[in-house]
Design a protein around this ligand. Sequence first.
Ligand code: RAM
Length: 896
Amino acid sequence: MLSLLTTTLHALSIYGLQCEHKTNPIGIDAQKPRLSWKLRGDDPGLMQAAYAIQVATDPDFKKSNLVWDTGKITSGASVLLPYEGKALASGQRYYWRVKVWSNQGKVSDWSAPAFWEMGLLRADDWQAKWIEPVQVEEKDGPAYLLRKAFQLKGKIARARAYVSARGLYEFFLNGQQVGNQVFTPGWTAYDDHIQYQVYDVTDLLVRGDNAVGLHLGDGWFRGAMGWMDNWGLYGKRVGVIAQIEITYENGQRDMILTDGSWTGTSEGPIRMNSIYNGETYDARMEPTGWSRPGFDDQNWQPVTVAGHSKSNLIGAVSVPVQQVEELAPDTIFRTPSGTLVADFGQNLVGWVRLKVAGKAGTTVTIRHAEVLDKEGEFYTANLRAAKATLVYTLKGGATEVYEPSFTFMGFRYIAVEGFPGELKPENVTAVVIHSAMEPTGTFECSDSLINQLQHNIVWGQKGNFLDVPTDCPQRDERLGWTGDAQAFCRTAAFNMDVAAFFTKWLKDLHADQLENGGVPFVIPDVLRNNGVSAGWGDAATIIPWDLYQVYGDTSLLSVQYPSMKAYVEYIREQAGDALMWKGGSVFGDWLFYKPHGNNHTAPDGYTDPDMIATMFFAYSAHLLSQAAGVLGKTEEEMEYRAVYEAVKAIFQKAYVTPSGRIASDSQTAYVLALQFGLLPEPLRAKAAAHLVDDIRRRKNHLSTGFLGTPYLCHVLSDHGYTEVAYDLLLQKSYPSWLYPVTMGATTIWERWDGQRPDSTFQDVGMNSFNHYAYGAIGDWMYRVVAGIELLEPGYRKIRIQPQPDARLGYAKASLDSPYGRIASGWSLMAGELVLNVAIPPNTTAVIELPNANLSAVEADGGPLLSHSDFSNVQQVNEAVTFEAVPGAYEFRYRYE
Ligand code: RAM
């Protein structure tokens, strides 16, 4: 009895089963999908000693259904194990489960089964054809409806639909919209690959009469993207492909395919659709029942079959874009000039759901804005040419509910015109839309402004991770700027699980990489200007390396390796024998702080762009060399290390003085040189001191742009200036992170001074209020303030290294890592530091207690020295360091 009880108390179980970074994904193309799981159990020091995996075609896991049965494998591996069983078949669902043995001799039950389902693996699995409705080849035209009625002759056991579009589609069966995704099939480097989605439609089909409908808009495919007139960049015609595969209970199969027998019309309710400009919807034109059987489509026209390739169709890698949350307006009011405005209290991305009742033909217009101006008026000038307007015409009768299909807006405020009757909060709901990444991180501290900053960083991520990491979700841009993405990637990976999101985007990056290896400014590359800029193109090396670090994804590193290498070779070619990348930086340290007006004393934060380019050359060569090392490419590891060393030497010669001063003498110059390891040891402390001098001269203000900002506080804390880093973090006047917070920001701004203290705005040509790049400070808040750092990829080995500051009473953070939740939180009161730490199973940790005296540290209520879970305990200067096994711990000591 007693032993039974002990086993239950200390039960060992498994959770968090994932395949290819996703939970129960459907539509997997990988031939060897990779499997991950996490351990749960309260035995201190819990490690996995062995595992067994079973994969079967049926959840009963009968022997005859098994396609892979590893038996017991002695190994601690639990993250991204490639499937090694029998060949996987198109469209087949595979169930899998895991069992583990612990280092303490326990064995778990089999986990609850998870599954993944294969997509259409071969181009000839696609029997459907691309079809196109009769269409007007014009900008901002109507959306199209396509349909087909069909009969099914038996009871349905299983049905799947595989759907994609050149354009954006909504998919309907028998009058019902299928799935919970929006903006399908997503935005990829369309010339290279287009994603398709897979839907389980078993319950939506019936024996007898059925109908399928597709609603088709322009989206990113045909719509003009960017500020140039590039309408129709990927194709001037939109189209769809759909294949519904049915298995009857008697085992017979049927297929419903897009082909020449479908009909289509442009006479649907969406009269205008455009990502930037919005949507015009005439509800009087809704053809009732258009996706049901029995609908009279005799006025519709036959579609044409198009010969577009099917071999470029890939199962969706990206995280589905979904309606994630909803917000009601805080207030509805009239501006001084009389505009009727609703304020949702949060700058967000998505659209408004309108509920309205009125006479047929009444038109309601909704415009969107991020901010109000100085006079309290609705301000849309910073949207530039984007109209971001919804125009809805009522059909009349009962309450009508409308939300757009093929557009999104970045807004906090809406202006409503033509609303019949009084506009009440229940009439307008903001629907927040983004790639539905799992939240993985939390950060909180005693300072409410910093908490608001963290909130703003997270909302900047929500607003700009809409299938592609975009720069600004409101104006006529919304592009996948590479520099922004590399600056923010590590922070993003704390807040949410971005593994699949960036895996997808890196595939686009590789696809759109220029022939000479250069990486375009934006991915997908709609600018097509062959431009490459240092710090932007380096997304090719930085992001795969970051993802490898954070998720332990070695095969992603190996998939991206050719892209990384091509990029470094591109720079090498540009730099020539001199190894200096002259002219390599188009954007410099973008949006570094420049004082405005005449009454300033501090210089601006300008950094020589050529120097920046050579610094990134060195850094990218260094990352490539490290990647080569991980992948066992020893020769290339040596080769690129030599490149790194050579560029470093050239950099020092050209730009560094013997006193550790760097040409440009800007914060970013010191930050990049130190962060990228470009200075000889004796000059590092000097350079760091110059950096601090500059900050002090500016009265504790930063002056960095997109490239310097992510590393600024890291460099300070790495060189013993954590206090200065806190001075910057806590700074409330601009330029600083908290200044926008004091101005009521609910997201991160594009510019340090987007709105000045007198409420006037920065340059209207470029002033986004939802732009994540400067949110890169989040990484330092997690890694240094709270102290969650990794020592081995995937957080297999963790370092807990908080660096408290007495100006905060407490700070705490958590991260759901590939092995489970890591937590670190401290409080500092009356000179006593209390630190709580959680280390997940199957990892090890090094804990570093700052400012501690070994003999005086208490751990879990007793002396640290006699705690049995720690080893290698040492006093290293002011810190106490030791190794810890998985478990939860509390430390307490005088911190003076
Ligand atoms: C603007 C945006 C974007 C930046 C480029 C260089 O379009 O600020 O974020 O990356 O410029």
